[in-house]
Design a binder for this molecule. Structure first.
Ligand code: DGL
Length: 290
């Protein structure tokens, strides 16, 4: 039986990654959960987001038989590092932070790069660590952009209010003279025109969606999980939300495209989580650190 690629985000943002995965791997089944009932993640304690991430990942595996899990949310991957999630799940896992970090260090010419993300992602230091681990000598400036996610979730991706907010929030990366800016939140590609307008034509905007899709393909090949050509049946793309499913289908179709024709309800609490390893090795690791 064909098993889907499982993906999740706090809401609509991960659809940027889903779009790239569906385009690159058109024969694959995909099941996507948007946790819109509990969004935004960016201003919540990382310990809470860590639990949400584990719950969503385990639900994709146990309730939807996912053959691989894509954490299409930077804040979730910052709160529950991919290495730790991989260690507890029985299927391969991929996140957006490492593919994004490697793309932005490749894109820069001047060596001055920027990463924008939620308060949780930026405060976690996940990008500082991911960029350092590429081994490329760059100067990184990070900036949190509270408010961006909320605009996207409301379906508002342009207008005077967003322009004013973007000018204020992007000032640190503009002032740092970066020539490559990573959109370190999967919602932000939907605001790329506004962000690009503030940054100017000499700054390359890097989205982790495409890099993540390539990484998903490589992971499936490595584990022998890529769907073979000869399976006949058309791919299924399933979308679930913990919030208003009519809104998820309406806005989701606008953002992702025709594959999102309807949405079903996802209810938290359907799986029993194994013991969190963070409690065993680091007694205080799950405390909020934002
Ligand atoms: N798309 C999520 C991310 O990449 C947004 C988090 C939020 O809900 O604030 O971080």
């Amino acid at each position: 039986m064909q098993r889907p690629i499982g993906m999740f985000d706090s809401g609509f943002g991960g659809l940027t990654v889903a779009r790239a995965v569906i385009d690159l791997l058109p024969r694959e089944d995909v099941v996507y959960i948007g946790d819109t009932g509990r969004y935004p993640y960016g201003n919540k304690p990382l310990a809470d987001v860590r639990t949400y991430a584990r719950e969503l990942a385990w639900s994709l595996v146990e309730e939807h038989d996912a053959k691989a899990v894509v954490v299409a949310c930077n804040t979730a991957a910052a709160a529950m590092p991919i290495a730790e999630l991989s260690a507890e799940l029985p299927v391969p896992v991929i996140g957006v932070i490492e593919p994004g970090a490697s793309a932005v260090v490749t894109a820069t010419r001047s060596g001055r790069i920027g990463v924008i993300g939620t308060v949780g992602t930026v405060a976690s230091g996940a990008y500082d660590r991911a960029v350092a681990s590429t081994g490329v000598d760059v100067t990184l400036t990070t900036a949190a952009c509270p408010g961006f996610v909320e605009f996207v979730e409301r379906g508002q991706t342009s207008g005077a209010e967003i322009d004013v907010l973007a000018q204020r929030l992007l000032a640190p990366v503009v002032d740092a003279g970066v020539d490559a800016l990573l959109l370190g939140c999967t919602h932000y590609p939907y605001l790329a025109r506004v962000i690009g307008d503030v940054m100017g034509p000499d700054v390359v905007l890097v989205s982790s969606a495409d890099e993540t899709a390539f990484a998903v393909r490589d992971l499936l090949v490595e584990h022998g999980l890529l769907r073979s050509d000869d399976q006949g049946t058309p791919p299924e793309h399933r979308f679930l939300s913990s919030g208003d499913i009519d809104w998820f289908a309406d806005l989701g179709r606008r953002l992702l495209g025709p594959e999102l024709s309807e949405a079903d309800t996802w209810t938290p609490g359907g799986v029993v989580l194994p013991h969190d390893s963070a409690h065993a090795s680091h007694p205080h690791a799950s405390r909020p650190d934002t």
